[in-house]
Design a protein around this ligand. Structure first.
Ligand code: 5GP
Ligand code: ZN
Length: 115
């Protein structure tokens, strides 16, 4: 774990969060500044700065993130009307926290990110 990484510290339980799910590979918790009625972050437990650091051995964790996204979307009641999964990688994409994370956002109609 990276000790000055906020998401590593949430995964480790050193920082408070509204944790919705955790297993040996991934952790999901509510975004502290939600931009939609449902805004959940799903992260691999292993620290990786961004998609640039993804390795072949991360495939189980990255696959698990989609399975958990599916389950959480169902639990939040947004799976039928729809939701968005976003991974920002690097500064041009607006990544602020450099521990790879997937945003699960829904509960309202969202503007299309590509205009
Ligand atoms: P990024 O722009 O890096 O893709 O998104 C980072 C997200 O992490 C933002 O939506 C921000 O609100 C969220 N965030 C930053 N710090 C914390 C924190 O300490 N706890 C939680 N739950 N979310 C955080
Ligand atoms: Zn980290």
């Amino acid at each position: 774990m990276v000790h000055n990484c906020v998401f590593c510290r949430i995964v480790a339980g050193e920082l408070p969060s509204t944790k919705l799910y955790q297993d040996d590979l991934v952790t999901a918790f509510r975004d502290i500044h939600p931009v939609a009625p449902t805004h959940i972050l799903i992260v691999p437990n292993r620290h990786m700065n961004s998609v640039n650091d993804v390795l072949p051995e991360d495939e189980p964790a990255l696959g698990r993130m989609f399975v958990i996204a599916r389950h959480l979307a169902e639990a939040e009641g947004i799976s039928q009307l729809g939701y968005r999964l976003t991974i920002n990688s690097g500064s041009h994409a607006g990544q602020v926290v450099f521990h790879l994370h997937m945003h699960l956002m829904g509960g309202q109609r969202m503007r299309h990110p590509l205009g």
